[in-house]
Design a protein around this ligand. Structure first.
Ligand code: ATP
Ligand code: CA
Ligand code: CA
Length: 436
């Protein structure tokens, strides 16, 4: 299985699917945004709307290049979620406009999910299984309430849940979510951490051919890495982590990871990795853990519009949103300058899109961390129970990843907490340098 990140342009085998995804998102999101804001009802969580697209168009949907059906799930809930996460409606549409093609990261392991970046690299479209899709719908209310009461959650930020159905009947479910990594910063190291040791080693001899690979728990431990936060940030981070994990435990979710991207401020962007490839990770599934990983070919985003062109299109979109949205509240959201939207971003995403290291005395350190809990739609299902049974026969529970959700969460929190630099490990010299 080769993981290839490629631009999805005409001729690419998934071009039509990607085009349909973007066309459907654009249509349904504009449709919902055009209505005046209102409070959610219980029905909003189970809503689904079906649309038929074809070449001629009809009174409901505009013409599209291909025939396909599109389903939009809980549009009002996701509109609210996007607002909670500080997503500017016009920017969101801009990023996912069908004019600009996505880049595809191929199909990773076990899950078989495909990953696509929006052309500006801000969003990820991940195709998900029907089971994950049904599960997300089932837990949507709890997820929503958690996000509302935890504006700084570290959990994956879901912005939309949709389904494309191709004429021959194939159904593709997908979510739109945040790319944890910033478009404007090189990421010098990526780790996918679960708190398990079995199969959690990426073969580092492959780093030569794939320097951007996602490393795992054992690579982190072998390198003796630490998360460098002063007491205040440590406390805020661990408190949030525990709250998020408590929800995952309650929903019987497991197998999630803390994804950590490390940007070394001193090194900056000198490697200029983004411009050449705009590609910072190789998605890797657990099924790869015991297998050899195949290097990723860098994915290239197609046709990045010039700044001026971009600004003009955002203006146009804002204008159109403004016209269709009469209530002051909506207009305010639609017209909110990018900076304001940024300011509403959660605590862990507001320092250059991430969370900056601090020394013992709370002075900023030389690292920016990009952190989030990802892959959190796996329920401790019968499948996992089977895996637990088989692996459990020969292994130590602390080492295997398929353990029940409560224990999985406990182990996860314990592991991540253990990665923090203790005050004693924080060099006094740094402190003195800062002061003197
Ligand atoms: P599996 O179930 O086999 O673990 P999966 O297909 O469900 O795989 P994920 O675990 O969600 O995939 O993600 C795989 C990799 O993709 C991650 O290790 C990470 O490198 C990258 N990735 C996933 N989500 C994000 C995100 N929101 N931002 C940045 N990178 C991400
Ligand atoms: Ca995973
Ligand atoms: Ca998964």
């Amino acid at each position: 299985r080769v993981l290839v990140g490629t631009k999805v342009d005409e001729g690419h085998e998934n071009y039509v699917t990607a085009y349909n995804m973007l066309t459907g998102i654009r249509f349904t999101v504009s449709r919902t945004n055009a209505k005046p804001d209102r409070n959610l009802t219980d029905d909003d969580f189970t809503q689904k709307h079906k649309f038929s697209f074809d070449i001629t168009g009809n009174e409901l949907t505009p013409s599209a290049r291909y025939d396909f059906k599109f389903k939009d799930y809980a549009p009002w809930v996701f509109r609210r979620l996007r607002a909670s996460f500080g997503i500017d409606p016009a920017e969101y549409l801009m990023s996912l406009t069908s004019k600009y093609i996505l880049s595809e990261l191929g199909s990773p392991g076990k899950s078989g999910s495909f990953f696509y970046f929006s052309r500006d690299y801000k969003y990820i479209i991940k195709t998900i299984h029907r089971g994950e899709h049904k599960f997300l719908r089932r837990i949507l209310k709890q997820y929503y309430e958690h996000v509302r009461s935890n504006p700084n959650t570290l959990l994956s930020q879901f912005y939309g849940l949709h389904r494309v159905k191709l004429p021959y009947g194939k159904k593709i479910h997908f979510v739109v979510m945040n790319n944890l990594f910033p478009p404007h910063r090189d990421i010098h190291g990526t780790y996918d951490l679960k708190g398990s040791t079995i199969g959690r080693l990426y073969d580092e001899s492959e780093l030569k051919s794939n320097p951007r690979a996602t490393l795992k728990d054992l690579n982190w431990l072998n390198r003796g890495l630490k998360l460098e936060f002063g007491r205040q940030k440590q406390e805020i981070f661990i408190t949030q982590l525990k709250k998020d994990v408590a929800l995952l435990q309650q929903l019987k979710i497991m197998d999630y990871s803390l994804l950590v991207g490390i940007h070394d401020v001193q090194r900056g962007n000198e490697d200029n990795l983004r411009d050449k490839t705009l590609q910072v990770f190789q998605p890797g599934g657990d099924k790869h853990d015991e297998q050899q990983q195949t290097p990723t070919t860098p994915g290239v985003l197609t046709r990045t519009p010039s700044k001026i062109e971009h600004a003009r299109r955002v203006r146009e979109l804002r204008e159109s949103v403004k016209k269709e949205r009469p209530t002051p509240l909506d207009a305010a959201t639609a017209l909110m300058p990018e900076d304001d939207a940024m300011r509403r971003k959660g605590y862990f995403y507001r320092e250059d899109g991430g969370f900056r290291a601090t020394n013992a005395d709370n002075h900023p350190g030389a690292t920016i961390y990009y952190l989030g809990i990802i892959d959190c739609l796996t329920r401790y299902s019968t499948l996992k129970k089977a895996e637990h049974f088989w692996k459990g026969m020969g292994g130590h529970e602390g080492q295997i990843s398929a353990i029940p959700p409560v224990r999985y969460g406990e182990r996860f929190v314990k592991f991540i907490s253990g990665l923090m630099k203790t005050p004693a490990e924080m060099p006094e010299s740094e402190k003195r340098e800062e002061v003197g």
